[in-house]
Design a binder for this molecule. Structure first.
Ligand SMILES: Cc1cc2nc3c(=O)[nH]c(=O)nc-3n(C[C@H](O)[C@H](O)[C@H](O)COP(=O)(O)OP(=O)(O)OC[C@H]3O[C@@H](n4cnc5c(N)ncnc54)[C@H](O)[C@@H]3O)c2cc1C
Length: 405
């Protein structure tokens, strides 16, 4: 029999995160973070104390050992509170999604020195696959890793990376993917190796901070690696087979961001509903006009449908973790969520802004922050929209229909 309810423990997590956010992340605080372009350290510490940083890392590795449905509940609640998506992006999606992946495949040294401090809110861990030449075509990346004696020598540049300034200031590092050997003909994803790059390693230098349009409280930058020397202990996963755990990391991050987007959509629709019930035009609340009410009905119904889909897929990620489902079986389901959730949330924010009229266009109103933040997940972060379509098309029609082959 199908059971669509959360467990008692999951309900409790939802309640405690909602209460923590109401107290610690009111919309005025979110506006302040957006303006000052910084997430306060005490906010991050508070999340650590609540046990919601990298929440799926197993207890035996120093984490809370939560399941993925619970992690998605946290991501949704954080999106509901921080509609700019800066906190959900940095601390649920990047650290929570990719941190889980690093922990799963890294050495004990990396776990102790980086993952466990990140769980305590003391360091930042992120993901750096994108390069200046592009992000979608992972197999075409140019960063190199060459083995010399006992050491790996890394060279290249990573671009549009979330959390570069936090990593520099707090300490931490990034999962990176580098070419460790020539690609065999027709197999460009082979001979790539994953590494954990400590940001303090000699040869690592931030080359840029982007002046993004949204998610202002979380930095986004580029960095170069010049003859960075790392021992085998920094290899994540198997040498030359880094592509596969990287795809797993994308799946983790994509389901989390989809749930955050559902949370933002819920919040902006609530802001919209409050307004259309109060605001009067032509002698009645504008919510009485079908032109507005029907838009609300359509957007709300679709968000409920996307939420249901996302939690089904979160449950599937739990099945993957239990070894009951293969990553490849999950791929199209994850892409359904990433394709639908951020765009729908953006549509909700845009429509609510229209309902609120001139007020919706001001910075006194939170909707514009949501719009700016959501756009990052539509243009590219954690995989561009057309890449989701390619994954879905590939899984439905077969590999011979992949457009770029
Ligand atoms: C705010 C923000 C934060 C980010 N943080 C990180 C991070 O922490 N770590 C990280 O590694 N990266 C990060 N990124 C980068 C992100 O992963 C990339 O933007 C994404 O992978 C897309 O790469 P691109 O921007 O180079 O676009 P490209 O790959 O150059 O694609 C450009 C456009 O072409 C389309 N396209 C590409 N190929 C095809 C095709 N075959 N068919 C049809 N259309 C196609 C894409 O959909 C896209 O619209 C971040 C991006 C943003 C905006």
């Amino acid at each position: 029999m199908v059971n669509f309810g959360f467990t008692e423990e999951q309900e409790l997590i939802k309640k405690s995160v909602r209460e923590w956010c109401a107290k610690n992340l009111p919309i005025e605080k979110v506006r302040e973070m957006d303006t000052k372009q910084q997430v306060p350290r005490e906010t991050v510490k508070g999340m650590a104390d609540l046990g919601i940083l990298l929440p799926t890392v197993p207890e035996e590795h120093g984490g809370a050992g939560l399941d993925w449905v619970s992690a998605c509940i946290i991501a949704e609640e954080m999106g509901y509170a921080d509609v700019t998506i800066a906190i959900p992006a940095g601390f649920q999606v990047v650290e929570g999604g990719w941190g889980h992946d690093i922990d799963k495949y890294c050495s004990e040294k990396v776990r102790k020195e980086y993952i466990q401090p990140a769980i305590r809110g003391e360091k930042f861990v992120g993901i750096a696959t994108t390069e200046p030449g592009g992000g979608s075509d992972v197999a075409a990346f140019k960063c190199t890793a060459k083995k010399e004696g006992d050491e790996w020598i890394l060279n290249g540049e990573k671009a549009y990376i979330s959390g570069t300034e936090e990593c520099k200031e707090w300490g931490g590092g990034f999962w990176i993917l580098a070419r460790s050997g020539p690609a065999p003909p027709g197999k460009p994803h082979r001979n790539m190796t994953g590494f954990f790059l400590p940001f303090e390693a000699p040869g690592v230098e931030i080359s840029k901070r982007y002046d993004d349009m949204g998610r202002m409280a979380l930095s986004c930058g580029a960095f170069t690696m010049k003859d960075v020397r790392l021992s085998d202990e920094y290899v994540v996963g198997e040498v030359d087979k880094g592509f596969y755990p990287t795809m797993e990391g994308f799946d983790n991050a994509r389901i989390l961001i989809s749930c955050s987007a559902v949370g933002v959509a819920q919040r902006v629709l609530e802001i919209g509903m409050e307004y259309i019930k109060e605001r009067k035009a032509f002698g009645r609340p504008i919510g009485k006009f079908e032109g507005i009410q029907f838009e609300l009905a359509d957007l709300y119904a679709k968000n409920e449908a996307i939420r249901t889909l996302c939690y089904k897929v979160a449950w599937m990620v739990d099945q993957r973790e239990k070894g009951k489902m293969k990553s490849l079986e999950l791929a199209k389901w994850i892409s359904y969520c990433k394709l639908l959730a951020p765009w729908h949330a953006l549509k909700c924010a845009e429509t609510a802004m229209i309902w609120l009229g001139a007020w919706g266009y001001t910075k006194e109103c939170p909707l514009e922050m949501a719009y700016r933040g959501l756009m990052s997940y539509c243009v590219g972060a954690e995989g561009a929209i057309n890449i989701q379509r390619i994954v879905i098309g590939r899984e439905l029609l077969g590999r011979e229909f992949v457009p770029y082959k």
